[in-house]
Design a protein. Sequence first.
Length: 220
Amino acid sequence: MRYAEFHRVEGNKIAETALFCDVLSVMDQAGHYPLPQMTGTAFIYPGPRTHDGILLDEQDQKEGEKTLEVLNRMITDLDELNRSKNDKCPPELLARTWNQDMIWYGPTGIGASYTIERYQKQHQYPFRENLTDKVFNGHIARFSEGNYCGFFGWPNLSNKNKGGFLGLPKSDIKAEMRIVDIYRRENNKLAENWVYIDILYYLYQQGLDVLGRMKEMKSK
């Protein structure tokens, strides 16, 4: 099971934990994928290409600042797109903060993409063109360490489905997206991105109880 955990430490002890699990991935592995075909590719995602994702030693603070600066610029670019309602931005915009050979490990339901062009075709354009009233609500946590950084929001994005995204019909419901992103920076740009979206909850807000439907089908 793919998962991401964030902990808030208070007085040398964990006070709160946010845990995100890719339940749809488990269902897919078990042969019970419940959604339409993904626009990206689904597989068991690997760790970083550099094999250095477990940081046991203290990292250079300046490197962490560089990583966070790139992340903040990327988030600002996306927020400006939401405000401008430009749903088909050119690849040059992404190339400001992403390496050309980027890998985007998206949640099950969307899938993974390689390179800026394929990422835009397989995820960014379908995502932006099939959703409307997109509002960035900020993050609960955003930080960096060395070449790595991450954030999560509860929710950090809200939108309405124009019809088509994840196979859903048009809806006037303003639904929330709970999202986690973990990034690796290479040189001065982002190189890899592991993404978790609570898609089950996103669908549930719009009247599709995936787990409830699966349980009902199983009992028949």
